[in-house]
Ligand binder design. Structure first.
Ligand code: PEP
Ligand code: MN
Length: 340
């Protein structure tokens, strides 16, 4: 942290600010120029709110030179993190191909989709049992019954499952039964829930909030990590912009940016980003080419009749074709796919 004092600050005022800094447990390095004085703060500034120094009338501005996150920070952990999801490795060149319906609708539906996406090469099955819907009148998901269906299909087909947890009420049951716990865009800043996810070991798939900056998103990962669970995977799913033609705008820049800022795996959800099935293949391929550690894609065997997000779901044959292309791009880039 660097503190810039107002021009012509007296020695008495400089000493006062220096004392304020030292009272917070930091050392100082003072540079006195002909007009300006700059104080460098030395020590751990992660728990200090820089605004507190702006209260002093001699302080002009305070600048952070270190990011506010530590555990997720690439600077303190240069190697890529590999998260193990029940035997499926994700990160550092290991790809996650997560596919399945938006919502669990019936045993037969999930079974049929699971068999086909697995045959196409997916290594994880998705399906929402608890659904965060904008309208209270829309299908809200099958809840625990949906979770049971996912578990039965997992046994039958032999593929680990990813599903969204919306409330800490079900944390224990998810911890026991779900291989990768998804935290949706709308709960990215549900800090109480994030803290509780830190108490378990299960890998967490943390989606980006609808309006979240990179730093806010990484800080949410930091919440989980700081509470003890370092198995976090980040998932970009499109952000709100002025464009209304697409559901959201897919931020592919998030891949290189997050790879620079953090060591955590980064995957892309092109389905919720575009909101249209025909946008999914080009964006999915671009994401793999840009260095994503995987994808989450909605696949439905009867999208016209889907209870949720049919318009953005690929039919199994289209997903199969896309997997062939993504496998080629992945292997051209030296990436691997592991299976449970
Ligand atoms: C989902 O993946 O089913 C979902 C609701 O996504 P998001 O939280 O990104 O909207
Ligand atoms: Mn969906």
């Amino acid at each position: 942290m660097i503190i810039v004092l107002k021009p012509h600050t007296t020695q008495e005022n400089i000493s006062r600010v220096e004392n304020l800094i030292k009272r917070r447990g930091l050392d100082t390095h003072i540079v006195v120029g002909s007009e300006m004085t700059i104080i460098g703060c030395i020590g751990d500034t992660t728990t200090i709110d820089p605004k507190i120094f702006e209260v002093d009338s001699s302080v002009d501005k305070v600048m952070h030179v270190q990011e506010p996150y530590k555990l997720a920070n690439r600077a303190f952990h240069p190697e890529n993190t590999v998260v193990d999801v029940s035997g499926v490795k994700i990160g550092d060149g290991n790809m996650a191909f997560i596919a399945g319906p938006c919502s669990v609708e019936s045993y037969e539906q999930v079974l049929s989709i699971a068999r086909s996406v697995k045959a196409s090469g997916a290594n994880l099955l998705r399906g929402g049992a608890f659904k965060p819907r904008t309208s209270p009148y829309s299908f809200q998901g099958m809840g625990l019954e949906g979770l049971d269906i996912l578990c039965k299909v997992k046994e039958e087909v032999g593929i680990p499952i990813v599903t969204e947890l919306m409330s800490s009420e079900y944390l224990d049951i998810f911890n026991e039964k779900v291989d990768l716990i998804q935290i949706g865009a709308r709960n990215m800043q549900n800090f109480d829930l994030l803290k509780q996810l830190g108490q378990i070991d299960r890998p967490i798939l943390l989606k980006r909030g609808l309006n979240a900056t990179y730093e806010e998103w990484i800080m949410s990962a930091e919440y989980i990590m700081a509470n003890g669970n370092e198995n976090v995977i980040l998932c970009e799913r499109g952000i709100r912009t002025f464009e209304s033609y697409t559901r959201n705008t897919l931020d592919l820049q998030s891949i290189p940016v997050l790879n620079k800022l953090t060591h955590l795996p980064v995957i892309i959800d092109p389905s919720h980003a575009g909101g249209k099935w025909w946008l999914v293949p080009p964006m999915a391929k671009a994401a793999v080419a840009a260095g994503a550690d995987g994808l989450m894609i909605e696949v439905h065997n009867d999208p016209e009749c889907a209870l949720c997000d049919g318009a953005q779901s690929l039919k199994p044959d289209k997903f199969d074709h896309l997997m062939k292309e993504m496998t080629q791009i992945s292997s051209a880039l030296g990436r691997k796919i592991t299976y449970a």
